[in-house]
Design a protein around this ligand. Structure first.
Ligand SMILES: Nc1ncnc2c1ncn2[C@@H]1O[C@H](COP(=O)(O)OP(=O)(O)OP(=O)(O)O)[C@@H](O)[C@H]1O
Length: 615
């Protein structure tokens, strides 16, 4: 390098990088070797990306031997990881290595900061922290990179303490060298045999050849067999697990490993995993499946959406013989081959779920992690809606744990015609809801739904096994045909006049006031009109600022409740019930977890009511 001091530019790290670096460097001793996994994975990504770009820009083609070279050099205590990948421009060096681009890394940094110091090593070992893990073993890191298609090369350098420098450099070919100045206590990473053990452990499934320099020669270090091409019997659980962790930045064990080879009309190998825990990076990031598409072992893209978005939690690889190696992005969008693969792979995952759904306990684990995502399919995928319905699980007002629609139907009462559901924000609150009183009194089970998507999909599924699915907050649930377990205490008051007076008092805040037989202990409850969305859907629309023309709720009153009886009497004696009406409506709202319409006014009315009681 012929740099002069004046050409070296100094930059401060983004605040998040600084914090992450500090944590990584100071909390780690045991699992340091994963730095190599991270750097080799970055090199492999860069080569894969270059290969893909070169399909449309042949000038960017990879040199013959597209390898990753690991070069330990004891005399000057450096370890270099060199690749012939896409390379980075000056701006990319600054952006990619000076700030944290990946949301997952950022979230991980937070998790790391929150963890107890003694827990940090294992956290880092499990997740990896990308490029910055280099600072676990190096006290200085230099990255010299030349972007494909450019003659310029630049060196990014840092001691991992608050700042990095950028200076012009030279590199004969496009690609990247990451040079680590190995710390005194990390000398083992200059030993070729030690490095080889690490590569075998972490990177054996990487299909790009990896070599380690030993006695002046590049010695192959990875087997490079594509794991998914092997038959199931040839792959150990440990190898599956390692590959799974590599794919999804996951640290647990897969809940399901689905590995098969399709032959006949379509030829492909697929290795898919359903994660055993919710991934660290939120799955709804862009809602697209990231299953990787390979053609004859070569990585093509992870954007082929090989699974519908409601299966986006599935990780894995599909490797086909039926597409040309030089498949372009345009072709990927147009080819019927992918559509056929998609259908086959989707059905295979559904079959796996159906089989595993028979083991209630294990399935519950899956459901808690990904049930909410699966339900999106019921909402948006008419082709698979009916396949998904039997896979759904619910909390219920009648049984502990999870239950299915099929089991619910098995418990339906004589004369009960519908499957009843109640949606809200939180199952514990739903289980206590006044909405359930009349159903409980009649021994009728209600399914309790607390995912945001639950406001949507039931409307699309409509029925299961011939039984309509009904939200109990929508319309007047017709409970009169179903006998109550015991007759509720007290005579119902004649509330005809009260109903009319309350409607007048509440005016546009309610669309109707009516007496109901679905309450037992509570005086009032809200319902939605028969035609429009149910209460939970209305709440979500309001929160999204899209209440639009949602009709005001129906206020239902319990004619046997002492409070209602008293109000009916007060009205008959010529008293005014307008203030009480305002309070009743707000009480009904509060019961459903909402705020009073006018909290200050509500407080004043409560004060007045209490002083009346006190006086
Ligand atoms: N050898 C390389 N060649 C080209 N670009 C690289 C190389 N190493 C890193 N980069 C760029 O720097 C970015 C940051 O790397 P880093 O390892 O921190 O995160 P990541 O690779 O995105 O995530 P992770 O390592 O957690 O998978 C990469 O996304 C990539 O754009």
């Amino acid at each position: 390098m012929t740099e002069t001091a004046t050409q070296v530019e100094r930059h401060g790290f983004g605040a998040e990088v600084g914090r992450l670096l500090d944590l990584v460097v100071h909390s780690l001793y045991s699992e340091r070797e994963i730095f190599l996994r991270e750097l080799v994975a970055n090199a492999a990504d860069a080569i894969d990306r270059r290969r893909f770009e070169s399909l449309t820009h042949p000038a960017l083609a990879l040199p013959e031997a597209g390898t990753i070279r690991i070069l330990p050099h004891k005399p000057d205590r450096t370890l270099t990881i060199a690749d012939c990948g896409l390379g980075m421009s000056r701006e990319e060096l600054v952006d990619h290595l000076g700030t944290i681009a990946r949301s997952g890394t950022r979230a991980f940094g937070q998790k790391l900061a929150d963890a107890k110091p003694e827990e940090r090593p294992s956290l880092i070992g499990q997740f990896g922290v990308g490029f910055y893990s280099a600072f676990m073993v190096a006290d200085r890191v230099e990255v010299t990179s030349r972007k494909v298609g450019s003659d310029e090369a630049w060196t990014w350098a840092s001691a991992g303490e608050g700042e990095f420098t950028i200076a012009p450099a030279s590199r004969e070919e496009p690609g990247t060298d990451v040079v680590l100045h190995i710390k005194a206590d990390a000398e083992e990473y200059l030993d070729p045999l030690r490095l080889e053990t690490i590569v075998r452990k972490w990177a054996d499934h990487i299909t790009i050849p990896i070599t380690i320099e030993r006695d002046g020669k590049d010695v192959p270090a990875n087997e490079g067999t594509a794991l998914w091409r092997k038959s199931r019997g040839e792959v150990t659980e440990a190898a599956y697990q390692e590959f799974y962790r590599h794919l999804g930045h996951l640290f647990d064990s897969p809940w399901a490993t689905i590995h098969w080879h399709a032959e006949g009309a379509l030829e492909f190998s697929a290795l898919l995993f359903i994660p055993g825990s919710r991934p660290f990076e939120p799955v709804d990031h862009d809602r697209a499946s990231k299953v990787r598409l390979h053609v004859r072992r070569m990585f093509i893209t992870d954007e082929a959406e090989l699974l519908p978005s409601w299966l986006r939690f599935v990780q894995g690889v599909v490797d086909t013989e039926d597409l040309p190696l030089n498949v372009s992005r345009e072709m990927l969008q147009a080819t019927p081959v992918l559509a056929r693969i998609r259908r086959t792979v989707t059905n295979r995952v559904l079959t796996e779920l159906r089989t595993r759904a028979k083991e209630a306990e294990a399935y519950a684990g899956f459901w808690e992690n990904f049930g909410a995502v699966l339900k999106e399919g019921v909402w948006e995928d008419s082709e698979h809606r009916k396949d998904l319905a039997p896979l759904l699980r619910f909390r219920s007002s009648a049984v502990e744990g999870w239950t299915s629609l099929e089991d619910y139907i098995g418990r339906m009462k004589d004369g009960q015609e519908a499957i009843y559901i109640l949606a809200g924000d939180d199952t514990a609150a739903l289980a206590r809801s006044a909405q359930l009183e009349g159903f409980r009194a009649r021994g009728i089970e209600v399914l309790l739904l607390a995912d945001p998507i639950d406001a949507f999909w039931p409307e699309r599924l409509e029925e299961f096994d011939g039984k309509p699915i009904r939200s109990i907050t929508q319309g007047a649930a017709d409970l009169s045909k179903l006998p109550a377990g015991e007759t509720p205490a007290g005579e119902p008051a004649d509330v005809t006049a009260l109903v009319a007076a309350l409607k007048t008092a509440l005016d546009k805040d309610v669309s109707e006031v009516r007496a109901t037989d679905r309450l037992v202990e509570s005086a009032v409850v809200l319902a939605a009109g028969t035609a429009g969305p149910d209460l939970q859907m209305q709440r979500l629309l309001r929160r999204a600022g899209r209440a639009g023309f949602v009709a005001p709720p129906v206020l239902e009153i319990n004619p046997r409740h002492p409070l209602i009886v008293t109000l009916a009497e007060k009205l008959a004696a010529g008293g005014d019930v307008a203030g009480a009406g305002e309070l009743l409506l707000d009480l009904a709202r509060i019961q459903d977890g909402e705020l009073p319409r006018d909290p200050a006014g509500f407080a004043r009315r409560i004060e007045a009511a209490l002083s009346g009681a006190a006086g």
